[in-house]
Design a protein around this ligand. Structure first.
Ligand SMILES: Nc1ncnc2c1ncn2[C@@H]1O[C@H](COP(=O)(O)OP(=O)(O)OP(=O)(O)O)[C@@H](O)[C@H]1O
Ligand SMILES: Cc1cn([C@H]2C[C@H](O)[C@@H](COP(=O)(O)O)O2)c(=O)[nH]c1=O
Length: 710
């Protein structure tokens, strides 16, 4: 990632600037407190500076995004940083003027307000520029790097630096620091210089940030007379957010997550009391949330791997909110610490996936405005959630609930956490629904598959008016015989029937069939199991795309001699390749197309193979496999049928041909209805890898249907 020159430079300056900003935040607050005397005044000065930092979001937030989308982002960043350079330096310089503590604190507050207002413009410009510097596929890693640098490494470094600076100054001067050598003042000078450095590097070293965007080109045209008004740009930004389900889901999800986080922060102090834990527990819980955040941001993508980022976002919010519920029910500090780590992990993953989605899926011309809304909204939601929840926790008191020997304190704090958790879960589910890019794909199997690098694919959109019947079974089970009989019956009823098979129903398939079934010539290496699986999958992909789907779309009844189950049984159980991998491969090859009915003809492999050899044509490569191999194949077929009994008709293939044919015709006839009213049982669904075997349902099989083998 850091090999990309403009990104490397931006990351370095952002790291330095973020370090400076954290130093600045700590220093301004401490600095203001040291300018006045008395506990109350110190507390007011400290809190006042923090409050003033949050205030501009209320006033300027919405406009900031318009500026980021309207003007050259590089110049916007440079001008903002030069102004911040001057303002940061002005705070300690004011103290040197001997104008009195009150005025110095007043100026610190004004300068902080202005700095924060400028930051509101700088952040959307920077956030909107980053996606233009790197390929989309690397955006997540870039976000990981910047988030960990900004919220993980630099705040810790800043706190350590201030402490070390303070100690060093005291050691050198032999007393408390005075005037310019005060570490808080030095930190502010450093903050100021870091902003100057950022401005210079962005101006001279990262010209790419100026890249053209439609909106800004429009802006330039506007200078020739057609320029959109700022008000219109502002309104359009909001309209875009309101009308685009992905963005709406993202924004609401992020707000929900921040509201939950705010409630956790607002109630944290009372919560630790309700655990009867000491003051240190408060800091322990905070530390745990931060550890969780780092885990979520740093390890999240490695854990979920191929998971759809849109799904991951909603799921992360649900994880964080469910963990808030867990926190609400914690009766011991160890439980609360686990809950706090999980809250942090969920929030970190939501933060990372949300930022990446915003960067990757929002068009450049509105990106600044969307980032500005998120930035402003999150601050407001956070302040509201913290203040309202810290007010409410005081109300209501607490009751002691005795369950067995445990005394659980049921306080308004826990109730608030409960409400926040439930509301967060709703926000997460709502975000998931609005943004889902795999509708119909079951969530947990998809998550499990993704963790193992094989996410489920959504079924290809496809309207079928026909029906898809597949014959499966071991060698010589009687598939071709029964398939021909069924086709004849259906044709006599006046239906369009397409008889096909795997492998070998297409020109490509014929060539694949000879590759997989012809015995290897002496001296050449035998076909490897994986290559064999891929060849069957390739045949299937082409077969489904060129024969099966078009026929189903026409309304025909498609009857295929073998399909996906043959791969699961032969390559999975027979060749002992991981069945879920073979299943995933077939699901991908077929776009998730499942048959409406699978007729499984079960015969003992010994009998089946005898039938095959009695045809006198010799054995192909698979027929020549060992009896053990064929036994495994048979068992696998029966297990698959048992796992999805409604979709299978399992018949004893050693019975009389006519009886088997009658049983099949009855089942298929019942499924299809009257010839001119073909009912398709349901749309194609993705293959669910998590299905556990279930018992076989009874059916109209004329007494031939097999019991499930244990
Ligand atoms: N129920 C049955 N009872 C006795 N013989 C049968 C029965 N069904 C089919 N046969 C015979 O068994 C042999 C194999 O039948 P068929 O070709 O239909 O099986 P298959 O499952 O399609 O075989 P393959 O695995 O080679 O595709 C044929 O000679 C057929 O006439
Ligand atoms: C589709 C499919 C088939 N096979 C095997 C099963 C048989 O041994 C042959 C096909 O021969 P048939 O006479 O047409 O039945 O191929 C397989 O191993 N995997 C598959 O996916």
């Amino acid at each position: 990632m850091l090999r990309i020159r403009p990104f490397r430079r931006l990351w370095l300056v952002l790291g330095a600037a973020s370090f400076g900003d954290w130093l600045g935040l700590l220093a301004t607050s401490i600095f203001a407190a040291t300018q006045v005397s008395g506990d109350t005044a110190k507390g007011l000065a400290f809190g006042g500076v923090i409050a003033v930092r949050l205030l501009p979001a209320l006033l300027l937030g919405p406009v900031a995004g318009v500026l980021a989308d309207r003007f050259d982002r590089r110049l916007t960043m440079v001008v903002c940083d030069l102004l911040r350079f001057v303002l940061f330096a002005s705070i300690p310089l004011a103290a040197l003027l001997n104008i009195g503590g009150g005025l110095v604190v007043g100026w610190a507050a004004v300068a902080t307000f202005l700095i924060e207002a400028i930051t509101l413009i700088w952040i959307p410009a920077k956030e909107a520029a980053v996606p233009n510097l790197i390929p989309r596929t690397r955006l997540e890693v870039a976000n990981q790097l910047t988030l960990i640098t900004t919220y993980g490494v630099t705040p810790v470094l800043a706190a350590i630096s201030i402490a070390v600076l303070d100690r060093s100054v005291r050691a050198v001067s032999g007393g408390p620091p005075q005037g310019w050598n005060d570490p808080t003042q030095l930190a502010l000078y450093f903050n100021s210089l870091s902003r100057l450095a950022t401005a210079l590097v962005v101006f001279f070293g990262i010209r790419e940030i100026s890249g053209r965007s439609l909106g800004r080109e429009e802006g330039e045209e506007g200078e020739r007379g057609e320029r959109q008004s700022m008000l219109r740009q502002f309104v359009e930004g909001w309209r875009f957010i309101g009308k685009t389900p992905l963005i709406r889901g993202l924004v609401l999800g992020i707000f929900g997550a921040f509201a939950g986080g705010g409630v956790v922060i607002g109630t944290a102090n009372f919560f630790t009391k309700s655990l009867s834990a000491g003051e240190a527990a408060f800091y322990l819980l905070f530390g745990s949330i931060f550890i969780g955040l780092s885990v979520g941001i740093g390890l999240g993508p490695m854990i979920v791997r191929e998971m759809s980022r849109r799904r991951w976002f909603g799921m992360s919010i649900v994880l964080a909110s469910a963990s808030v519920l867990f926190l609400a029910g914690s009766i011991h500090l160890s439980m609360a610490i686990l809950g706090a780590v999980l809250v942090g992990a969920g929030a970190g993953m939501a933060f990372l996936s949300g930022t990446t989605l915003l960067g990757g899926e929002v068009a450049d011309e509105v990106r600044g405005r969307v980032f500005a809304v998120v930035q402003t909204g999150t601050r407001l939601v956070l302040i509201l959630a913290i203040s309202v929840s810290s007010l409410l926790v005081g109300v209501g008191g607490s009751r002691e609930l005795r369950i067995a020997d445990l005394g659980i304190s049921v306080s308004s704090t826990r109730l608030l956490l409960l409400v926040a958790g439930i509301a967060g879960i709703f926000a997460g589910v709502n975000a998931f629904r609005q943004m889902d890019d795999k509708p119909g794909v079951p969530v947990l199997p998809d998550l499990w598959g993704s963790i193992r690098g094989r996410p489920l694919s959504p079924a290809e959109p496809f309207t079928s008016t026909g029906a898809f019947v597949v014959f499966e079974g071991g060698e010589g089970a009687g598939k071709s015989t029964q398939l021909a009989a069924l086709a004849e019956t259906l044709r006599q009823e006046g239906r369009e029937v397409v008889v096909t098979r795997e492998p070998g129903a297409t020109d490509v398939g014929v060539r694949i069939r000879s590759l997989v079934l012809e015995s290897t010539t002496a001296g050449t290496a035998p076909l490897s199991p994986r290559a064999e699986a891929l060849l069957y999958a390739a045949d299937r992909a082409h077969h489904v795309a060129t024969v099966v789907r078009p026929a189903l779309a026409r309304g025909a009844v498609v009857i295929s001699d073998r399909y996906v189950d043959s791969s699961l049984a032969y390559q999975g159980a027979g060749r002992t390749l991981p069945v879920d991998e073979v299943s995933w491969l077939s699901a991908w090859a077929t776009g998730g197309l499942k048959p409406d009915l699978v007729v499984l003809l079960d015969v003992d492999p010994r009998a089946g193979l005898l039938r095959v050899t009695s045809r006198g044509a010799g054995k192909d490569r698979l027929e020549a496999e060992s009896l053990d191999f064929h036994d495994r194949v048979r068992d696998a077929f029966l297990d698959l049928a048992a796992a999805d009994p409604k979709r299978y008709l399992v018949l004893d293939g050693s019975g009389p041909v006519d009886q088997i044919a009658a049983a099949i015709a009855a089942r298929v006839g019942g499924m299809l209805g009257e010839p001119d009213a073909v009912v398709h049982p349901g749309p194609a669904k993705p293959i669910d890898l998590s299905a556990e075997p279930k018992t076989t349902a009874g059916d109209d099989s004329g007494g031939l249907e097999l019991e499930r083998r244990s």
